[in-house]
Design a protein around this ligand. Structure first.
Ligand code: HEM
Length: 487
């Protein structure tokens, strides 16, 4: 029996190897780089910046190369010009790789916008675009920042986990933005039950083991059963919100739950009714899940990076505060859109934080539907491609002293390749929430600067450098800050 299993494994491994070699023959002009050192570092939970150092060293300076992470052989791009060649292709020539049921990404995200293609993607992106434009005014984020003040008042003068606090804040913002819902994360220290459910789901989706060995998710383990039960509970929560909204729109009764503001879901439902576009409840659920996931941990990471560096460099914090006071005065008030535009230094801080620690360090896979050219390389149809955003944002050719945090680099009008700063990706599949997130970060940072000073605790593990978890969606490790009230 043992021998049979052993030979079956060898046979499958040979088939797998031959399959890989077939695709690599068509791509033999592209160097192949082993991903084993990266996988090994991921399993040892190495900080993400160290993993990226390993990526850079093992790719030996190639800015286009093949490698194999888990079951996927992919073409990796790490130069702005090559990234442009891929990302500016139409969404039909370089569509997203579609995951199948049984893969944790599909099981949770379904066909949400990050992973959908063709008419489905176009329909929902077109429905969501105007909704995002309507959401750009700063009041809702400003009101949530007032709730953040109340939360921090309970925790003054002692170390608090800034990433956790930013998650609470951005979850509140996302709940109101996406479906006009108040989770109550800033009302008490207790985490709402549905958010605990969500955190369990997302920790499973992000697991390195499941990326490298996706079949783990199909085993009848207790964890997998709990994962599917958690998705069911999260789904019931979202389905309930969708049905309630549909009914309110049908009956024309108090649809605008969020201080009279239109949330994304209501806006998408109304537009679809006006235009006679059928919206499927399961697809709307997938879109809400994507907005929720794509929208809050990313912004929390970026804000945490800014708070961290402003604590590490007090003179930077003072300079940022002086700019905000010169525009808003000395009292914490909600800025207007025009006032936000004047905040050049705050904007440079946010851009530098996104460069230093891009919350999404790499892009999801594209599968080519046609042969394309990347630089002078001919890349055949069906090749799986991705862009390493981190490497673009730390490329010494475009960024002097890339590992140094320096917002001034965004104030000196230096000409750079337009694809050298793409933390939100670019082209037709760029981030739909980019402008919203930038506005959100400007509002929260500027109001917090008026209300508080903050420092790193003396014994912080992040004193010398910001420690990162291993994941591809970046997170800081144990990032505590001490807030004190100004005046
Ligand atoms: C700092 C904050 C954010 C960063 C760094 C970020 C980054 C990105 C990146 C890199 C992509 C491309 C993903 C890929 O091609 O694999 C993306 C797509 C997307 N993002 Fe964001 N994002 C942020 C905030 C948001 C927010 C606030 C929302 C919504 C509320 C959002 C919703 C989306 C959606 C729906 C897509 C898919 C767009 C499409 O394929 O048409 N993101 N984001």
């Amino acid at each position: 029996m043992f021998a049979l299993v052993f030979f079956a494994i060898i046979f499958v491994a040979i088939l797998y190897f031959l399959k890989f070699n077939k695709s690599s023959r068509e791509l033999e002009h592209i160097p192949y780089v082993s991903a084993l050192p990266v996988i090994w570092a991921l399993f040892r939970n190495k900080p993400h910046d160290e993993i990226q150092d390993i990526v850079r060293k093992s790719s030996k300076g190639h800015d286009i190369y093949l490698s194999k992470l888990g079951p996927y052989v992919s073409l990796n791009i790490a130069s702005p010009e090559y990234a442009k060649d891929l990302l500016m292709k139409s969404e039909d020539i370089a569509p997203k790789f579609e995951y199948r049921p049984g893969n944790v990404l599909y099981d949770f995200f379904g066909n949400g916008m990050v992973f959908s293609n063709g008419d489905k993607w176009r329909t929902y992106r077109n429905l969501a675009n105007p909704a995002f434009n309507l959401a750009l005014s700063p009041e809702m984020v400003g009101e949530t920042t007032m709730d953040l003040f109340s939360f921090i008042q309970q925790n003054l003068n002692r170390p608090i986990d800034i990433f956790e606090v930013m998650q609470r804040t951005t979850i509140e913002v996302l709940g109101k933005l996406a479906f006009g819902y108040k989770f109550g994360c800033l009302e008490s220290e207790e985490t709402p039950h549905i958010i605990n459910i969500y955190k369990f789901i997302i920790s499973t989706v992000e697991s390195v083991y499941r990326i490298v060995f996706p079949w783990i998710s199909n085993l009848p383990t207790e964890h997998n059963k709990k994962f599917h039960r958690a998705i069911k509970e999260f789904d019931e929560f979202i389905f309930d919100i969708i049905e309630t909204k549909r009914n309110k729109i049908k009956n024309n009764s108090e649809k605008y739950t969020n201080n009279g503001r239109v949330d994304l879901l209501t806006s998408m439902l109304e537009l679809s009714e006006r235009e006679g576009i059928h919206t499927d409840t399961k697809q709307l659920r997938d879109e809400m899940v994507i907005f929720f996931v794509a929208g809050h941990d990313t912004t929390s990471m970026s804000l945490s990076t800014s708070f961290y560096y402003l604590a590490k460099y007090p003179e930077m914090q003072e300079k940022a505060r002086a700019e905000v006071i010169s525009i808003l005065g000395n009292e914490p008030v909600i800025p207007t859109s025009d006032q936000l535009k004047e905040m050049k230094y705050i904007n440079a801080i946010i851009k530098e934080s996104l460069r230093m620690f891009p919350p999404a360090s790499g892009l999801s896979f594209r599968t080519l539907e046609e042969q394309i050219k990347i630089g002078s390389h001919v890349i055949p149809k069906k090749t799986l491609c991705t862009v390493n955003i981190w490497q673009l944002l730390h490329d010494p050719e475009n960024w002097e002293n890339p590992s140094q945090y320096n917002p001034e680099r965004f104030l000196n009008n230096k000409k750079r390749h337009p694809f050298s700063w793409i933390p939100f990706s670019s082209g037709p599949r760029n981030c739909i929430g980019q402008n919203f997130s930038l506005m959100e970060q400007r509002v929260i940072l500027s109001m917090m600067l008026l209300k508080y000073n903050w420092t790193l605790p003396k014994n912080s593990i992040n004193k010398d450098k910001l420690m990162l978890e291993a994941q591809f969606l970046l997170r800081p490790v144990d990032l505590k800050l001490i807030f004190t009230e100004r005046n």
